[in-house]
Design a protein around this ligand. Structure first.
Ligand code: DLL
Length: 471
């Protein structure tokens, strides 16, 4: 039988292990064996697939045991399916387990899915849902240490070096972005400016005065910082910023190019979600050919969101994640709703961990407009960078009879005469139609008309409850 123990390793690389001593020792040795250039945990990050999978199986069993022993809700579900933790003999057996979904967390609000009593926890985070109760997540001290280790690994993977000054504009508080990036930077040995989101003029001044090398924020907030700097006549290219670690919301390649041009840094994509941990579940490396999902701590699957069946290799699907080292909140086959593709081939950087290809959006964000499926990020990819248009946009959905209608609101660049707005709108409408196949009205607005984000941007205004104007 495999017992559940937590180890305290400073790098967060090994973390929770089954006390299958020989296997655990083998993993630890492999983890330290090689020296990868620019990697925080080279042995782990370049581990062979066989080694990774052996390690995952060990941790999966320990995770199941943790869930079974400490979360009555999990035990009931596993027992109902006749799955006992030690009966899991291969990673394929994972498919026998039921999925978890966000409403499970809401229904067990606040602490019903925790595997540790409150006094044994070190921190709680929560995400505010648009409907109902927030989802609450908990961490033991060991969980926080592993999270910091993985976020440090992600930062290093993105090109951040120990000693780099990090300007952290992710929101601090219940959102995992601020403290997650903070602890990760600290674990990597970086001084942090814990500025949080908002107060954008002051952020610009601090960036110019302190000359950080790294900016952590949502991509939409990075753009808001760039805009305020330009309005103040400040050139962020002279700020010393070299790397931006951007995530928490979908963003397109066009947005990446826009941010890089306006700030003068290298924009890197980082992914995570509070239910699974927070930022640092996956991160791009210097190749930027997908985000490395850290497979020593998570099992990634892709399913067809309609049927729940695995998708064929290389196909897009909904990302499902099982945690392999979480003590306080073990998550089994959690349906993230995020749509991506997985690549298992070795990356040019030498890392072997699976790559999550750029996240197109959440299945719940997908709009169906007269039969055409569309993600806001697809619209972004068409609009951002078009001559005369600013990268500030919203999708407004209305209903006309039984038909959904979409209006794209996008700002003009400052200085563009209003007389040109109709021509810009016509041009944008044409490109949206030809590139996405979507017929949408486009309204070009004066600069500053749309709200600026301080965290996650609101891209969709759904007015479907209200009849469309003129109906
Ligand atoms: O957004 C954690 C995070 C903080 C990630 C900072 C990266 C940087 P939640 O608030 O729980 O956690 O939201 C998680 O945000 O399921 C995705 O839909 C979306 N998301 C996160 N990162 C990305 C990304 C944080 N890089 C939800 N690209 C996830 C696209 C992302 N979507």
């Amino acid at each position: 039988m495999i017992a559940w123990t937590a180890t305290r390793d400073p790098q967060g690389a090994v973390g929770v292990q089954a006390t299958d001593a020989a296997a655990a020792r083998q993993f630890a040795q492999a983890a330290q064996a090689t020296q990868g250039d620019g990697m925080l945990h080279p042995g782990v990050e370049t581990m062979s697939r066989d080694e990774l999978q052996a390690h995952q199986l060990l941790r999966l069993r320990a995770t199941l045991r943790n869930a079974w022993d400490h979360v009555p809700w999990q035990r009931r579900r596993l027992r109902a399916l006749g799955v006992e933790p030690e009966a899991v003999e291969s990673l394929d057996d994972l498919r026998q387990l039921p999925f978890m979904v966000k409403s499970d967390l809401r229904e067990q609000y606040p602490f019903g899915l925790f595997a540790r009593p409150l006094p044994e926890l070190a921190r709680l985070h929560a995400s505010s849902g648009t409907t109902g109760k927030p989802t609450v997540v908990g961490y033991t001290a060991g969980d926080l240490q592993r999270w910091a280790g993985l976020m440090a690994r992600s930062l290093r993977c993105a090109g951040v070096r120990p000693g780099d000054l990090v300007h952290n504009a992710y929101g601090y508080g219940l959102f995992t972005g601020g403290l997650g990036a903070h602890d990760g930077a600290t674990a990597l040995g970086c001084p942090v400016v814990p500025v949080s989101g908002g107060g954008t003029e002051r952020q610009v001044a601090l960036i110019m005065d302190f000359q950080p090398r790294v900016l952590c924020s949502t991509p939409s907030y990075a753009l808001a910082i760039a805009e305020v700097a330009e309005q103040q006549g400040v050139d962020l290219h002279a700020s010393g910023l070299a790397i931006g670690l951007f995530g928490a919301e979908p963003w397109s390649q066009a947005m990446r190019a826009e941010i890089e041009a306006r700030i003068g840094l290298r924009a890197v994509d980082v992914y995570g979600l509070s239910e699974i941990m927070g930022p640092g579940v996956a991160c791009e490396c210097e190749c930027r050919a997908g985000l490395h999902g850290w497979e020593d701590h998570f099992l990634f699957e892709l399913i067809d969101p309609e049927t729940g069946d695995p998708v064929a290799d290389g196909q897009a699907g909904e990302l499902v994640i099982t945690t392999l080292s979480k003590e306080a909140l073990p998550m089994l086959r959690y349906r993230t709703r995020d749509i991506t593709r997985l690549a298992y081939t070795r990356c040019d950087c030498g890392r072997t961990h699976v790559r999550l290809l750029r996240l197109a959006g959440r299945s719940d964000d997908m709009l169906i407009i007269r039969g055409v499926n569309v993600y806001p990020s697809q619209v972004e990819a068409v609009l951002v960078g078009r001559p005369g248009l600013a990268p500030h946009y919203q999708l407004v959905v209305t209903r006309s009879g039984h038909l959904d209608r979409l209006r794209l609101e996008v700002e003009a660049l400052p200085g563009v005469p209003a007389s040109q707005y109709p021509a810009l709108a016509g041009d944008a409408m044409h490109h949206v139609k030809s590139m996405i196949g979507l017929s949408a009205e486009v309204a070009v607005l004066e600069p500053g008309r749309l709200p600026r984000s301080q965290g996650k941007a609101v891209r969709v205004r759904d007015l479907r409850e209200t009849p469309a104007a003129g109906d």
